[in-house]
Each structure stands twice: as structure tokens, then as C-alpha cells.
Design a protein around this ligand. Sequence first.
Ligand SMILES: C[S@@+](CC[C@H](N)C(=O)[O-])C[C@H]1O[C@@H](n2cnc3c(N)ncnc32)[C@H](O)[C@@H]1O
Length: 232
Amino acid sequence: MSAKMYKNKKRSKSHGTQNEIPNVNCLNGTCIVTGYQYYTITKNNLVVNQGYKAKFYYIKNFLLQHTENCSSVLDIGASNGLVSFVAAQAGYPIVHALDHDLDCIQVITKIKRHLQIQTVFPQVYSFGDDHSPADIVIVGALIHWIYSCTALYGNFDEITRYLRGLTKKYLLIEWVNPNDPAIRSFHHTSFNRDVIKEPYTRANFLASMKKYFSSQKVHSVNNTRELFLCVV
Ligand SMILES: C[S@@+](CC[C@H](N)C(=O)[O-])C[C@H]1O[C@@H](n2cnc3c(N)ncnc32)[C@H](O)[C@@H]1O
């Protein structure tokens, strides 16, 4: 059987894979964003309205601590751009917001224009596409999608080698455990069994991160999700 990347029939026009529909309403300098990511943003402030607030505060603090030695950020699987706008507000002059969902990219573009945030560069992108590297690369809640569902890697070595090529200094990446409720119900990691070259396990994920980076766990998102900081 030949491998097929997952397509969400309800989101086929925008190539979106999440069920949540990205949306933004902008008025008088405030944008209210809904979809997979929920937040409210003005030119100089961003309030997270969704779950996993501590994850975004961890990322915000990390970004705030590295403005002296870093200037560029790649937010891969940016969704509605929450992390990208946090990076822009932290002062990074180049922030690439990358996602394959055209609706997300349009939401980010609308916010950028309304609030005149020139430092965020939204772009339709599929994981694995060529891109210029950045000092900081952030990959939140994407690993389970690209393993064998919206990309066809089926192993961590190629994923990590690609990310190493994009990372000049730091990679912040979220591990999503096979027992995570999202994976248990949607089965992202066995979507294309034929492409799987190694099991989707934390040990295999960590082994590949350690091959290309010096890596350590820095934050527990919940029981099944963890953020790892990987240093070049
Ligand atoms: C679960 S959401 C995570 C969003 C954000 N990174 C976060 O941590 O909140 C995954 C995002 O990755 C995008 N995505 C999934 N597979 C992708 C792929 N192969 N290439 C590019 N983007 C992808 C989805 O459109 C979605 O916006």
C-alpha cells in the first residue's frame, strides 16, 4: 500500500489539518484570535486565552532571556502565530511563522497588518521544505503529526537532522508521548505504518536529539507533553 499524507476533508481549501477553524477579529488596535490557538493581542501585549498557558510563558521567558545573543526565530507549525508574536514583542527582528495551513497564515498576516508588526514573516510551508536557518527554532506539538501523518518520516533521525540544519543556536521542541489522549484517539503516529522505520518512543526521540544536539528537558507541559531544549 502506498503512503498517503493526511488531508482534513473539512479544511481542504486551506490544506489545514486541525479541525479548529483559524479566525481573527481586529478592531481599533486589538485582535482576538480563535481556532487551535486562542489569544488576544495588541501592538505591545499578548494574552493567552487557551490551555497550556505555562508552556507559552516558558517560551516567552526563554525568548526574553536570549535577545542579546539571538536575532532570528523560526516558529515551525506556527498555527495562529501565538509564539511568533510573542517573539516579535520580545524584540526579535526576524520571526518566521511557518505552517501548511493557509487559513493560519492569513490570520497571522491580518494581525501583522492591523497591528503593524513588521518583524513577523508568515509563510505557507510544509515540514521538510528548504528554509534559511535561524538562531532559535521552536517546534510545539508537531512531532506526532510529522512522524507518519502530515509528513512521512517514520523515524526521528531524519527529522532531527533537518531541524539541526535549520538551527543556529537553540531548538525548543515539544515531545508528545504515545499515550497522549490526542494520539490515542486520532492515531497520528500509525497513520502510515509502511513508512515507519523505528517505533515512536521517547527513547528513540531523545537518542536522535542527543545525536545532533546537547538536549535536556526543561518544562513539563502536562503528563504526556514535555519541552526539550536542544543546544547546537
Ligand atoms: C497541534 S498544532 C501546534 C501549534 C503550535 N506549534 C503550538 O504549540 O500551539 C500543529 C500545527 O502544525 C501544523 N502542521 C501539521 N503538520 C504540518 C506539516 N507537515 N508542515 C507544516 N505545518 C504542519 C498544523 O497546521 C498546526 O497549525
